[in-house]
Design a protein. Structure first.
Length: 344
């Protein structure tokens, strides 16, 4: 075999060489790089090669040896690292038990309401929790110094640039309705769930953060009767009650406005307690969207009309799951949250 043929055979062997264990890598080192290995033998033979062979194969032989050394080094590092990891892993230890979680009661209620309205064509809309004054108040018929703003005393954030109006933590998800009316053309049919913030000190149990879900329907020829029928459908699906009443109320952004009550009944002591002995349970506020709100959002109030409604999720969760204290919803006590594993 000529020296050229020996070089070609060595190139082929090095390309096909593999090492899956440390023992394989060591065998490779002994066979090719050891004191009696292939490279040692070839270098001895190279001394006796002709001048032409030395010029033709000297550089290639040195490069092949360097490649073999690099390959062995890479194998060694990789296999040593894998060996260390295997030694650290105790395969006899029992597997770690991961306790199953559960949805928060607020999430359960929110998902159920979304599903109910999704069935009649409502989609979910979202917006920022930090709003400007216009989207949160002015566009909804809350001009500056309007007394209705006192009902939604909230937290303002100073504009970092020192110019323009301050930011506000939204007091209702109605600001999402405003953004939707600005960016979409009727017909509009949305629900807007999310966190809202108010500076309330009604009792020791009150919180400054709570959750709302609001709805909006804008189209041609929408009437108060459409709103009543939609809310009756919701009451039947969510509460299992088909009897509702609408009491006159006031909201700056709707006219006429109403509070919706569901007839809960008086069958047991709990019914007396949650309805205060009347049999009626207050559920949400609602009303026909004020034409001024439509106009401020760029919608022709002569052509379009609509209704809006909104409710808090905490009260519904407390009623549904018989939660005695609202603070339990916010305290993240694992013992409380575990109760809802079966509710998934």
């Amino acid at each position: 075999m000529t020296f050229s043929e020996k070089i070609e055979a060595l190139v082929s062997e090095l390309k096909s060489a593999k090492a899956e264990r440390l023992e394989d890598a060591e065998q490779f080192r002994i066979k090719y790089l050891g004191s009696k290995g292939r490279f040692k033998t070839l270098f001895i033979e190279f001394k006796e090669a002709t001048s032409e062979e030395k010029r033709a194969f000297g550089k290639q032989l040195n490069e092949l040896k360097a490649q073999a050394e690099e390959k062995f080094k890479a194998w060694k590092e990789k296999l040593d690292s894998e060996k260390d990891q295997t030694q650290k892993l105790d395969l006899t230890r029992p597997a770690m038990y991961k306790e199953p979680g559960a949805e928060h009661p607020i999430s359960l209620i929110k998902r159920e309401i979304i599903d109910i309205f999704h069935a009649i064509g409502f989609s979910v809309a979202e917006g920022p929790e930090i709003e400007d004054d216009w989207h949160n108040f002015t566009a909804l018929n809350f001009p500056p110094e309007h007394p209705a703003r006192d009902m939604q005393d909230t937290f303002f954030v100073r504009n970092p640039n020192g110019t323009g109006e301050d930011y506000v933590l939204r007091t209702h998800t109605s600001s999402v309705q405003v953004r939707t009316m600005q960016n979409e053309k009727p017909p509009i049919r949305i629900i807007a769930p999310g966190r809202v913030f108010r500076n309330e000190a009604v009792s020791a149990r009150s919180h400054c953060i709570f959750h709302q879900i609001e709805g909006l329907y804008i189209d041609e020829g929408v009437t108060f009767a459409d709103m009543k029928q939609t809310l009756e459908y919701f009451a039947k699906e969510f509460f299992g009650k088909s009897k509702i009443r609408l009491r006159p109320s006031y909201f700056p952004f709707t006219e006429p406005s109403a509070e919706m009550d569901v007839y809960w009944g008086l069958e047991n002591e709990l019914d007396y307690r949650i309805t205060k002995g009347t049999g009626w349970l207050e559920v949400m506020g609602c009303g026909m969207v004020d034409p001024a709100v439509l106009e401020s959002c760029g919608i022709d109030s002569e052509k379009y009309s609509g209704f809006a409604f909104g409710m808090g999720l905490e009260r519904s969760a407390m009623q549904r799951f018989q939660i005695p204290d609202i603070r339990m919803i916010f305290e993240n006590d694992v013992r409380f949250l575990k109760q809802f594993q079966t509710a998934l």
